[in-house]
Write a protein that binds this ligand. Structure first.
Ligand SMILES: *Cc1c(COP(=O)(O)O)cnc(C)c1O
Length: 441
């Protein structure tokens, strides 16, 4: 499948996830890559996987995407002595989701301009993805975006990051219901194939291959800054971010190991400890973007683990769907991955300790990773992914530190900005009518 088709469709025709036919070996160019800026490196990596966009156009699009970041290094490294932080939160909505969604929004626009097509993006959010997706496509030609969220049940800051975006192609739909209601409505609408094709509905979920691809660059960037093959510590929910790291190690980039860190929603930690993938109840924690029990990118790991045997992946996922549980059966899941689950008490203590010792404020997701790193350290200085700016989670960060600390001017400005949103009942017909009336056709 050509790259641009993979970007637009999101999923494979059989409902599975897309993976590249092969991961190119880049060992012979690593020395040359060491001299590149982050943007130049991202351009090189995209060029390896994109077969149907002219290189110059791609370079331009990527440079433009990262020009929205407020740090000259895009993803700066901060050295705190016994660990380093890779700050991934310098994009417009202050979480690492911007790395992928700033690129994806521009890719959509580019592809649609070339084909004369239209796209109506629909998504449901309870956290960081909605605002990052909105900021990725705001003001872009031939695209409208409709984001459903549970009215009054997201944090006020998260809601403001969506509803204060003034562009006319953005529709924030506050649904009088739960997040599950929003997802059910979305599934029903996407399940109506006539409606889906008539209105050119698309999604920006974490399964889109271009999102993984965009996240691969920062692993290479950090690895090239290290004299020894590094350890990466990755707080995980959907297995998206950490899968990008595994893909980079498939390309021959020297990486020692990965520490996979979950919160109390520990399905992935349990799997990598025992080889058994078993669903549990969703718990609400201090790190809400990882309150997930089914990791949507996990199938991509299985594909690597089963040596590209798609039939075994299908059988494993079918077992899991039928019984809520599936087992690997043979050997360790992955020698490169050490998995740890961290509870809220340890998360809060970690935020407090890092601030006390270094004067550095970490958000709760980043803290989950740092706590996991501390439990698994083997002497080497790991790279911990700093997944979001702490000011996105002021209540929990301030409570952990014991005084108000977590602020960011972009977020402070939101409280006085005008809002635009539409409140709708938790009813699929009401949402479908709204989309019908406001879609681009
Ligand atoms: C999305 C998100 C995560 C989880 O990332 P996955 O790619 O789903 O594993 C962790 N932290 C923050 C702040 C996020 O926004």
């Amino acid at each position: 499948m050509p790259f641009t088709e993979a970007v637009l469709t999101g999923l494979a025709p059989d409902g599975g996830l897309l993976v590249p036919e092969r991961f190119p070996d880049v060992r012979d160019r690593l020395d040359a890559w060491r001299r590149l800026s982050y943007v130049e490196l991202a351009q090189e990596i995209f060029r390896l996987y994109v077969d149907d966009v002219p290189g110059e156009d791609l370079d331009h699009l990527i440079a433009d995407a990262f020009a929205t970041f407020d740090h000259p290094d895009v993803v700066p490294v901060v050295d705190l002595g016994d660990f380093k932080l890779l700050e991934l939160f310098h994009g417009p909505t202050l979480s690492f989701k911007d790395v992928a969604l700033q690129v994806l929004g521009r890719l959509f626009e580019y592809i649609l301009k070339a084909s004369g097509g239209r796209l109506n993006i629909m998504g449901a959010t309870s956290g960081d993805t909605g605002s990052a997706a909105i900021h990725g496509v705001r003001g872009r030609a031939n695209i409208r975006i409709f984001v459903l969220y549970p009215n009054g049940k997201t944090s006020r800051l998260q809601e403001l990051q969506m509803t204060t975006v003034p562009d006319a192609n953005v529709y924030c739909l506050a649904i009088d219901g739960s997040f599950d209601d929003c997802q059910t409505i979305l599934k029903t609408i996407f399940g109506d194939l006539g409606f889906k094709s008539r209105y050119q509905l698309g999604a920006v979920n974490s399964m889109n291959w271009a999102r993984v691809l965009a996240q691969m660059s920062y692993y290479v960037y950090a690895a090239l800054k290290s004299t020894e093959p590094p350890t990466f510590v990755v707080p995980t929910g959907n297995f998206g971010n950490i899968f990008a790291g595994l893909a980079v190690s498939e390309m021959g980039v020297p990486i020692d190991r990965f520490v996979l860190a979950t919160n109390e929603n520990d399905i992935l930690a349990r799997f990598f400890q025992t080889g058994v993938y078993r669903r549990g109840p969703v718990r609400y924690t201090l790190s809400p973007s990882m309150d997930i029990q089914i990791a949507s990118n996990f199938e991509r790991f299985l594909y690597l683990r089963f040596r590209h045997d798609a039939e075994r992946v299908r059988a494993f996922m079918a077992d899991f769907a039928a019984a809520g549980e599936a087992s690997l059966g043979d050997g360790v899941p992955d020698e490169r991955i050490t998995a740890v689950a961290i509870d809220d008490a340890v998360t809060a203590r970690t935020i407090h300790d890092v601030y006390d010792r270094d004067g550095y404020i970490v958000d709760p997701h980043t803290a989950v990773g740092i706590a996991a790193a501390r439990q698994t350290t083997n002497g080497a200085v790991p790279f911990c992914m700093a997944a979001a700016h702490p000011a996105k989670f002021p209540e929990s960060v301030d409570a952990a530190i014991g005084k108000p600390t977590a602020r960011h001017p972009t977020l402070d400005a939101l409280s006085t900005a005008p809002e635009r949103r539409t409140v709708l009942p938790a009813d699929k017909d009401a949402v479908a009518d709204f989309v019908r009336a406001h879609a681009t056709a």
